[in-house]
Design a protein around this ligand. Sequence first.
Ligand SMILES: Nc1ncnc2c1ncn2[C@@H]1O[C@H](COP(=O)(O)OP(=O)(O)OP(=O)(O)O)[C@@H](O)[C@H]1O
Length: 357
Amino acid sequence: MITVTNLHKSFRLPVAAPEGPFRGFRTMLSRQHAMKHAVSGVNFTIEPGEFVGYIGPNGAGKSTTIKMLSGILHPTSGEVRIDGLNPHRDRRRVARRLGVLFGQRSQLWWDLPVRDSYDILAAMYGLAPAVKAARMQELTELLQLDEYIDTPVRKLSLGQRMRADLAAALLHDPDILFLDEPTIGLDVIAKRSIREYLRNINVAMGKTILLTTHDMDDIEQLCSRVIVINQGTLGFDGTIKELRRRIGLPTVIRVTYRQKPALPESLTSSHQSIHTNHHPSSHTQSTASSHSAESAGPIVEASALHLLAFEDCTVTIACNRNELSAMDALRLLEQYGEIEDVHLDEPNFEDIIHTIY
Ligand SMILES: Nc1ncnc2c1ncn2[C@@H]1O[C@H](COP(=O)(O)OP(=O)(O)OP(=O)(O)O)[C@@H](O)[C@H]1O
């Protein structure tokens, strides 16, 4: 189990010297310093087997937290415990339980064939030859290492390099993985396969995973729970479903009737009154959708059903799922004519995140 209690990390930074010649040099010599509070009072607990997304905008404090969790940085105050151990003080014992992957930096030896990096890492972890062989076999099957195991790391594609790094993080069979942007820069196909591996590592191998990423599809497809950090403090900790509910962005429902429906006054009078941050995805764009996309105002008003557009036989409404289920909304709409086609457009997860950053 991972516990983080009132965690703080501040960096002391020199204050920039006034404009003028040799500014950089004068800043270096300056005795004036300011404190940068990268992480301020963060608390969370992660249970064994969880797959948790740790997200936030650039500079939010994600990497700093991961570095404190893995013992690379010492907290200014507060506490981190990995199965009761302090990652800074018990670094060796914690290192055996942890696998870490930094997507932007490889832990493999650049000029050596991939296989040689695993030999070095196995020696560093003191793995017995039989144990190492068994691990390599398992990882080769899981991550298809065969195709490039004898290739120098510098010659691998980014997708292959990420798989090779993932194997390196798993070689000593840690219980916990910290993954910092494991899909960064990958194309759609490579992203899909890395996600598949990660899901397997979590479900089949039972590893606990903490994942930081800027790719909201990673979070939506992999994580059962999401923790949001912004300017060093936690803004949300819960499931994606709870996050959707909390933000309350509307679901857009587009209904096409067989004939032009007779909408009641109460509904038509709600036309134009909607303000939403909802940006429908491209495949659902319609006149009504672009209407809603253009108005980036406050989150939808309290009333349950709002008319966004009414053109010929097509009616587009927004409904707040906290107040009315999509089924109930459809039952209401059914009263005004025979429905031919229905399209449901859930709030885009990117939009939800956008509202809390
Ligand atoms: N060693 C350091 N010295 C000074 N400031 C630092 C140091 N490391 C991080 N910071 C600052 O702390 C803040 C948090 O940085 P951190 O790298 O944790 O953010 P992040 O959420 O991982 O961002 P990104 O998504 O861009 O990687 C930033 O303002 C950063 O400039």
